[in-house]
Design a protein around this ligand. Structure first.
Ligand SMILES: [Zn+2]
Length: 105
């Protein structure tokens, strides 16, 4: 394992290394800030892609469209797209947690 050196970790405070709570990912956007509980530094996400937030909607619409093309009843289309949207949204949230870094505001 080569990562004993402290590199700037994702989803943690750049100044003290304290981890930003996972719950923060839900309210994450380009304007959101977070005050580190340990060193009181005000942080903001380094580069947030709106991709994380539109991806769910696109997948929902995409699945719905696909199911409709397959002549599925409306209920199936509705549930199918809701489920697909949810799964992909959750994956996006997890992806954000793994990739987003914070910077000092
Ligand atoms: Zn800190």
């Amino acid at each position: 394992m080569a990562d004993m050196n402290k590199i700037k970790e994702t989803f943690s405070c750049p100044s003290c290394g304290e981890r930003v709570p996972f719950a923060k990912v839900w309210i994450l956007n380009n304007n959101s800030t977070y005050r580190c509980k340990k060193c009181n530094t005000e942080l903001m996400p380094e580069k947030m892609s709106p991709l994380y937030f539109v991806i769910g909607f696109i997948s929902t619409a995409g699945t719905g469209h696909l199911l409709m093309k397959m002549n599925q009843p409306f209920v199936i289309v509705f549930i199918g797209s809701a489920l697909a949207g949810m799964i992909i949204y959750l994956a996006g949230v997890l992806f954000a947690y793994k990739t987003v870094r914070f910077k000092i505001k």
